[in-house]
Design a protein around this ligand. Structure first.
Ligand SMILES: Cc1ncc(COP(=O)(O)O)c(C=O)c1O
Length: 421
């Protein structure tokens, strides 16, 4: 049976390590469930991305939605990345992590007036607009502030990303972006928007894309649109191809970042623009694990269940996307395998991490690692069933730091007790 390893999470003497620390040592101090991140995975992924595109003028904006822990954002910012923020809350987090608004992109299909004003007040590098009404709104707010907003239209290139329907965003039927024809029309009428300086054009066709063809098709459409707009005398400067680069969760074989660069570079070169990227998952997914303890082992008929102390409120992806996460023991004590469901304590049948999965045989009290949990894990965590969200730990070489504590019971109440009616 396969173990999921990379250079940052690996087995030594049958123990799972993160960088230079045995996972079980971290858990002895923090308890379970807990998210553990490898700082050097994050840095090396960012450097690999940058290196792959060294041949063109480009900028990487870390998509904070994939993991918005302050220390994670700070790691990317300290290593030269900008940040793609999706809401006022992510903007707030990015600022707290030390990001400069001049290296921030403000994203989102439904930004409200307060969020647009926030972006303009702080002079973010660029605001994306996803509809004609949003363009009008940005124009109005910028004029009321007496400034010019730097705006890129997010175009919907109508390309099938062949990914899970919930994370496919570049088809005409999806809510995202503006159709190419309408985008052209808006750029053409740029003089009607004196509060806006159109500086670029943008796309993001979906997430966990594991084949190159959708990217190639979409980037070709975007590049030709860019050149059409340039020929209309509108001096755009950047072409934003979004994020979406797929990673390995199981036995997928996604393209490498070098393959991605080799496919995209000759196309974007035709525009001669600075190319923006907004990767999230590529930078974080395999840099994190969720560690949980088996509370009970039971069999119902011919089914075996490992009931663990983590749940769908901590990691929602299996429940909402039927997403695969490799599950493996923190201490490999037996080579025997068993078919089991790994389930949480929440009162929902959708509360599972693995179903009918061949896994290493374990026993109550053992620790399990749910791999590839660095993206869209803690950011989607909730307090469902009045469960406290888990702590987050950042490992750097042979040191580990708790970078967010386990929530307290008071946190669950917030001001509710005093407000009780
Ligand atoms: C606009 C935008 N940019 C970037 C991303 C990051 O995507 P990924 O984590 O797949 O790289 C997302 C996520 O869906 C997004 O909506």
């Amino acid at each position: 049976m396969n173990l999921f390893e990379n250079g940052f999470f690996f087995y030594k003497d049958n123990e799972l390590w993160c960088e230079g620390v045995p996972v079980k040592d971290i858990i002895s101090s923090t308890g379970t469930p807990a998210y553990i991140y490898s700082k050097n995975f994050f840095i090396s992924s960012l450097l690999a991305f940058r290196e792959a595109f060294a041949g063109i003028e480009s900028e990487i904006f870390y998509a904070a939605k994939s993991n918005f822990n302050l220390s994670v954002i700070k790691t990317f910012v300290q290593n030269g990345a900008g940040v793609d923020v999706n809401s006022a809350g992510e903007f707030y987090r990015a600022i707290k992590a030390g990001a400069k608004p001049s290296k921030m992109i403000l994203t989102g299909v439904g930004k409200n007036a307060e969020e647009i004003k926030l972006g303009l007040d702080h002079d973010v590098l660029m605001i994306k607009a996803e509809s004609r009404e949003e363009v009008e709104s940005i124009n109005r707010i910028a004029l009321s502030l007496g400034i010019k907003a730097r705006v890129a239209l997010r175009v919907n290139p109508d390309v099938d990303a062949n990914t899970h329907p919930y994370i496919s965003t570049g088809l005409a039927e999806n809510k995202f972006g503006i159709r190419i024809e309408e985008a052209l029309d808006i750029y053409r009428s740029h003089k009607d928007y004196p509060g806006i300086d159109f500086t670029g054009i943008d796309m993001h066709i979906g997430s966990q894309i594991t084949t190159l063809s959708p990217f190639i098709e979409a980037v070709e459409r975007l590049t030709s649109l860019y050149n059409k707009i340039a020929s209309m005398g509108i001096p755009l400067q950047h072409l934003d191809v979004g994020g979406g680069i797929g990673v390995r969760y199981s036995d997928e074989e996604p393209f490498s970042i070098k393959d991605f660069a080799a496919a995209i570079t000759p196309i974007v070169k035709k525009a001669g623009a600075t190319v923006f990227f907004e990767p999230g998952r590529f930078l974080t997914a395999n840099g994190g694990i969720l560690v949980t303890r088996i509370e009970y082992t039971k069999t119902n008929g011919n089914k075996t269940f490992y009931v663990v102390d983590s749940a769908m409120n901590d990691l929602l992806r299996p429940s909402i996307y039927s997403a695969y996460h490799h599950v493996q023991p923190v201490t490999l004590s037996s080579k025997e395998t068993i078919k089991a469901d790994v389930v949480g304590p929440v009162c929902e049948s959708g509360d599972f991490f693995a179903k009918d999965r061949e896994i290493y045989k374990s026993a109550s009290g053992d620790l399990l690692a749910i791999m590839s949990s660095g993206s869209y894990g803690m950011v989607m965590a909730s307090n469902y069933n009045a469960r406290r969200r888990p702590p987050e730990i950042l490992v750097d070489g042979d040191k580990f730091t708790v970078v967010r504590n386990r929530e307290s019971y008071d946190h669950l109440l917030f001001d509710e007790e005093g407000l009780m009616a």
